[in-house]
Design a protein around this ligand. Structure first.
Ligand code: HEM
Ligand code: NAG
Ligand code: NAG
Length: 339
């Protein structure tokens, strides 16, 4: 029974979710394509401006790189990459910021506001917030030592947000591996994309609330034959006591090089020391047959990881919102729909 009770969701349900998501998979081949030179005549300085602002932000605090990369991920998994994550709550619109994966957790909105202000003064009404976030995420990765990739542009900003979709589409740390895989397949992303994109956890931190179940859980089950070391475990337990108001105490997911985009995240998984259940599962879960080899590969070959991460980020950035191409707009303020 240990097999089935490894995670909160029973095996059968995980498989049903998987089938459901694969069948429900939708990508819109008819959407207008994104292009590399979309702003070439209307706002030729766009890339330069985003880069400059991101340099300032990451120089001030390397954590800012992680914040922006995660914002982009949470944007793209809900209605496509349409800037919906950036919308504030108003009387008429329920934003995504208070959905459970985001509440008390997502940050970095001020950085996007600053970039937007700069671009509105240079080329008013031209560059979408969704494009800004996509470019900023690429620059964030470069600034902490990660790979470059070209960013196709031309996204529109949504006039709606997906509070409920945020709760269903975004994977969580204590969800089973198969259920997480199904959420990537639903977005048109593969298992390979998932393992590579999760490599973004080579930067940034998680809150105690996100790893408490891991450190007080069944370590033999979650870390396989390589359980987390006693010293790491006791450090984590002191940051994250079993009960009490310490939910927001943080720990780096890559404790070796927390501010560097490299492949040491995968080395940590090989040692059984992944901070999140969901990360360690990619190597240690009984369902990890498709993912374990990829973890090993990216641990051994940093170039292969960088190459796949670049491709997968482009693919994730390509998840478009069909509605946004029709009803979408270029927001003047990323937090509010234009009036
Ligand atoms: C594979 C499924 C994934 C799960 C279950 C997951 C879950 C999480 C969780 C629980 C946190 C900590 C949040 C907190 O405690 O406040 C986190 C942080 C983070 N995630 Fe993921 N994530 C996943 C995939 C991704 C992807 C695809 C990306 C980007 C490509 C990403 C980028 C990040 C970054 C950069 C952070 C650190 C943010 C910070 O420092 O505040 N994650 N993730
Ligand atoms: C992303 O979309 C652009 C155009 O819309 C296309 O040229 C490119 O091949 C796509 N890339 C991936 C990795 O899907
Ligand atoms: C974690 O939070 C508690 C308060 O709940 C605090 O007393 C403790 O010092 C924090 N630990 C660390 C390492 O931040």
């Amino acid at each position: 029974m240990a097999l089935i009770s490894l995670h909160s969701k029973p095996l059968l349900l995980q498989f049903m979710l998987l089938i459901f998501f694969v069948l429900g998979n939708r990508l819109h081949a008819s959407d207008p394509p994104l292009t590399l030179d979309y702003y070439a005549s209307t706002c030729p300085t766009v890339l330069e401006n985003v880069k400059k602002e991101m340099e300032c932000a990451v120089l001030a605090d390397p954590r800012n790189a992680a914040l922006i990369v995660r914002l982009h991920f949470h944007d793209c998994f809900v209605q496509g990459c349409d800037g919906s994550i950036l919308l504030d709550d108003t009387i008429t619109l329920q934003g995504e910021k208070k959905a459970s994966p985001n509440r008390n957790s997502l940050k970095g909105f001020g950085i996007i506001d600053r970039i937007k202000n700069k671009l509105e003064s240079e080329c008013p009404g031209i560059v979408s917030c969704a494009d800004i976030l996509t470019i900023a995420a690429r620059d964030a990765v470069i600034l902490v030592g990660g790979p470059y990739w070209d960013v196709p542009l031309g996204r529109k900003d949504s006039v709606t947000a997906g509070y409920a979709l945020s709760n269903t589409n975004i994977p969580t740390a204590d969800e089973g591996l198969l259920s997480i895989i199904s959420k990537f397949l639903y977005q048109g992303l593969s298992v390979t994309d998932m393992v590579a994109l999760a490599g973004a956890h080579t930067i940034g931190v998680a809150r105690c609330a996100s790893f408490r179940a891991r450190i007080y859980g069944d370590l033999k089950a979650t870390s396989g034959h390589d359980p987390i070391s006693d010293s790491t475990l006791s450090k984590l337990k002191s940051i994250c006591p079993p009960i009490g108001g310490s939910d927001n105490n943080i720990s780096a997911m890559d404790y070796v090089t927390p501010n560097l985009f490299d492949n040491s995240f995968y080395h940590i998984l090989l040692k059984g020391e992944g901070l999140l259940n969901s990360d360690q599962d990619m190597y240690s879960s009984v369902f990890a047959m498709g993912t374990k080899e990829l973890v090993k590969k990216y641990a051994e070959d940093a170039i292969a990881f960088f190459q796949q991460f670049s491709d997968s980020m482009t693919k994730m950035g390509n998840i478009t919102n069909s509605d946004s191409f029709i009803t979408g707009e270029v927001r003047r303020n990323c937090r509010f729909v234009n009036t």
